[in-house]
Design a protein around this ligand. Structure first.
Ligand SMILES: Nc1ncnc2c1ncn2[C@@H]1O[C@H](COP(=O)(O)OP(=O)(O)OP(=O)(O)O)[C@@H](O)[C@H]1O
Ligand code: SF4
Ligand SMILES: [Mg+2]
Length: 318
């Protein structure tokens, strides 16, 4: 692995994000080693973004975060606002689902990207501005020199998304958290951006947490995968193992809905129903949709356990 020594590992354990009585992220645990990419998958509302936002100290009020997030061995939960601000962009950077949350509306896009390199890498303004243009080009923005002088509102949604990706990469963070980074972009640009992330990872040893509801996109980049359902981790395994031997019925359902490579057509989704109301759940949260549920699945909640070496699953029957 071509990693730099300073790239940190991330260790999340017992992470809980609560809004009032409701835990939207519930005892989540995973780790990411330097140079590795963790894919986080699960359908809308399962807590992917809240997990991501807790890594940057950005869970919105009145959300409360508990548990442990250790980056390079250092505990982040409970640190001061100033400490969070000091590490964002440099130690941890995030590509948000909504670009406008990350871009400053009154600053030229090129200047925003350059500023990160000046602040975090001690580059000169001149070098940083040239590098910003190069990065805008690398994320597929045409006429990057002119675009660097745009304000965010002068760009299209897709272009803003790419500008935000350029900004996140500019700081060469130790950990990159990418929340649905390419969902809105066309396939060619998507592939180009995934390449760019891989390139930077190979050069700097950056760890990546890559979030998507789309298992096919995650599989292009992820070494390891965490599957979330209704705020909980239901399966955790190396990507190849997960695809070859999915153990949780929910993961099996997700894989069954992937386009069939033989026939090149999308199969019909097989997971019917929706995520349960977390206020009233007892037993397995997937029981209402599980094709192999038994009455006993509703009396206790299955905990994540080791099913095989490096392969954890939260289901009584696997
Ligand atoms: N400000 C808030 N107050 C209360 N509940 C919230 C708030 N923001 C989000 N939630 C709830 O937290 C849960 C997890 O949301 P989250 O945004 O993490 O889901 P997600 O997995 O990222 O979904 P998506 O794929 O749609 O982005 C959802 O049920 C959502 O309704
Ligand atoms: S514990 Fe029971 S209901 Fe839950 S996923 Fe496993 S078999 Fe299905
Ligand atoms: Mg989300």
């Amino acid at each position: 692995m071509a990693g730099r020594v300073s790239a940190p590992s991330l260790e999340v354990s017992d992470l809980v994000v609560r809004f009032g009585q409701r835990a939207v992220v519930d005892r989540v645990a995973y780790r990411i080693e330097p140079g590795r990419t963790l894919g986080v998958v699960g359908e809308s509302g399962c807590g992917k973004s809240m997990t991501a936002l807790s890594l940057l100290g950005l869970v919105p009020a009145p959300g409360e975060v508990a548990g442990s997030i250790r980056l390079g061995g250092e505990e982040l939960i409970g640190q001061s606002r100033a400490a969070w601000r000091g590490m964002r962009g440099r130690r941890v950077a995030m590509i948000f689902q909504e670009p406008m949350t990350a871009l400053n509306p009154v600053m030229r896009v090129g200047t925003q990207i350059a500023e990160i390199m000046v602040l975090h890498k001690g580059a000169s303004w001149e070098a940083a501005e040239a590098e910003a243009v190069r990065l805008l080009e690398a994320v597929g923005i045409a006429s990057p020199r002119d675009r660097a002088r745009n304000y965010p509102h002068q760009m299209s949604g897709g272009m803003r998304q790419r500008a935000m990706i350029a900004m996140a990469l500019a700081g060469e963070p130790g950990l990159l958290v990418a929340d649905e980074p390419t969902t809105a972009l066309d396939v060619t640009i998507q592939a180009q951006i995934l390449d760019l992330m891989r390139e930077l990872q190979a050069r700097t040893g950056m760890a990546i947490q890559f979030i998507s509801h789309n298992l096919a996109v995650v599989s292009e980049l992820a070494h390891d995968i965490v599957v979330m359902y209704a705020g909980r981790v239901v399966e955790r395994a190396p990507a190849a193992t997960l695809f070859a031997h999915p153990r949780h019925p929910y993961t099996q359902g997700l894989i069954a809905t992937l386009p069939d490579p033989e026939r090149r057509v999308a199969r019909l989704p097989v997971i019917r129903g929706g995520v349960p109301n977390l206020d009233h759940v007892t037993g397995c949260r997937f029981a209402d949709r599980c094709p192999i549920a038994e009455p006993s699945c509703r009396s206790a909640e299955p905990e994540l356990h080791v099913a095989a070496e490096g392969h954890d699953v939260a289901c009584f029957k696997s």
